[in-house]
Design a binder for this molecule. Sequence first.
Ligand code: F6R
Length: 264
Amino acid sequence: MLVLLKSNYEELSREAGRIVASAVRNNPAATLGLATGSTTIGMYKELVRMHTENGLDFSKVATFNLDEYLGLAADHPQSFHRFMRENFFDHVNVDPAKIHIPDGTFGGDYEEYCLSYERAIREARGIDLQILGIGRNGHIGFNEPTSSFGSRTRLKVLTNETIEDNRKFFSAEEEMPQCAITMGIGTILEAKRILLLATGSAKAETVAEAIEGPITASVTASCLQLHPDVTFVIDEAAGVRLKQRDYYRRVMEMTARFTPNRLS
Ligand code: F6R
């Protein structure tokens, strides 16, 4: 695993944008796994900038979002559909037919619906690059603590901590969704490459647990230690609890010197 320590959020966002752009340039028909959340906003801004200024072309890319709140329609201000449109899709040339986000208003057979999401990922030949944020409780997607490492796309009940963390985005009188449809840990681990972004001191503890702690379903991001190609892009504040920070810096220097392809 590579741990890239960046001095602040702007640098983190630039680096994440650079990695995604490079994946798309190397494979214009790449399948991207996308995340929402405040951490990813700077990265999407950077990608939009590269599209506008440098013609970065997303026309052949397919995208699969990690998750959506159950009960929220695509035009709800807090839905992940809306987040993706406002922060990314409305400003770039991804083909709408190739955009996949779980439908929060689906009301039929959830198991069948989630299987069809998995099928669509397989039909797109799997995810080439999966972007992740991390929750304060260590979740990736909405795989809350104790999620099975073998889990697939499914309906997931949100923890109180996640509900509290996201309440600020909803109006006072509005009821927070209690559930989400999320890709599973097993789904995420099948991506060929994974990029996890973390910013700010509120994430420092969980970032250290995910990277240097034991592999445990209590911190689902720790499953990434099992994946052969993960890059963590972390700013100073989110990285303060990492014990091996100097080592990660040396690894970066040596990687740039001997195997620079791993950083592209
Ligand atoms: C969102 C998602 C979540 C967020 C995580 C961090 O699609 O899957 O796992 O990445 O909750 O959210 P922020 O960046 O808002 O702290």
